[in-house]
Design a protein around this ligand. Structure first.
Ligand SMILES: [Zn+2]
Length: 246
């Protein structure tokens, strides 16, 4: 078992497709017993429970206020308060602006909320984080997540105007949004094609690329091929339940 693993909880772009889930990932650093729920899109709380006890999480990290990246936090709060028997310290949350004010559920005693922005850092358990504002409105935070040895870069959502190198060097794995194919590219886009994802991951010097956040109507193989052609290195596709070791 690699010390750092990424498990895909949901990877559909912008909204869940048939039987799918919005964006969400379980990042685990086994050496330190750290487990992060990174983005909590619709359907990802169901996936999360396949892989871990939600009350054993070390923390939650939320990239931005679009529903497809955080709305299952409400499901977590309902479960924590009413069915799972919450009996632990409040769970640390590092979140982009604009999310907390949209939560209807009470968070007191359940979450230890900290808002973060461009350039901020954070630490939860054995993992350090650094955030970078991407090319996607409103404020959206890509992130570098690293242990003592491994580095994961996550684009969150972004148009092609953001450089993944903003996350720093030595990315072992770049988890990058590739929402569609090159025929959807435009100068004012707030998402990327497979080709654009491959380019920014290559320019960042990432060793490996995993593409995610594909719209359900877009053929997976086409996005993957574009990304592979542009990246010129190993490329994988996010799928619910799929795991990657760094
Ligand atoms: Zn999204």
């Amino acid at each position: 078992m690699s010390p750092l693993t990424l498990t895909v909880l949901g990877c559909d772009g912008s909204h869940p497709g048939p039987g799918g889930a919005g964006s969400g990932y379980l990042v685990r650093h086994w050496d330190s017993g750290t487990a992060l729920w990174v983005d909590a899109g619709p359907g990802t709380f169901a996936s999360l429970q396949r892989f871990t006890d939600p009350l054993s999480l070390s923390g939650i990290v939320l990239s931005h206020q679009h529903d497809d990246h955080w709305s299952d936090l409400a499901a977590f709060l309902t479960a924590a308060r009413w069915t799972l028997g919450f009996d632990r310290d409040p769970l640390p949350v590092l979140a982009a602006p604009g999310i907390r004010s949209r939560l209807v559920e009470e968070t007191d005693g359940l979450l230890d909320w900290r808002e973060v922005g461009d350039g901020d850092g954070g630490r939860i358990g054995g993992l350090r984080m650094r955030f970078s504002r991407t090319d996607h409105p409103p404020v959206t935070l890509g992130m570098r997540i690293e242990s003592d040895r491994e580095v994961l870069g996550y684009s969150a959502d972004s148009g092609p105007g953001w450089a993944m190198s903003e996350l720093g060097p030595d990315l072992d794995l770049a988890l990058c949004e590739a929402t569609y194919t090159r025929d959807h590219e435009s100068t004012d886009a707030i998402h990327m094609s497979g080709r654009e994802a491959g380019r920014i991951a290559r320019e960042a010097g990432a060793r490996r690329l995993v593409v995610t956040h594909r719209w359900a109507k877009i053929p997976a193989a086409a996005v993957l091929q574009e990304a592979a052609d542009a990246f010129a290195g190993p490329v994988g596709q996010a799928e619910v339940g799929r795991g990657f070791s760094l």
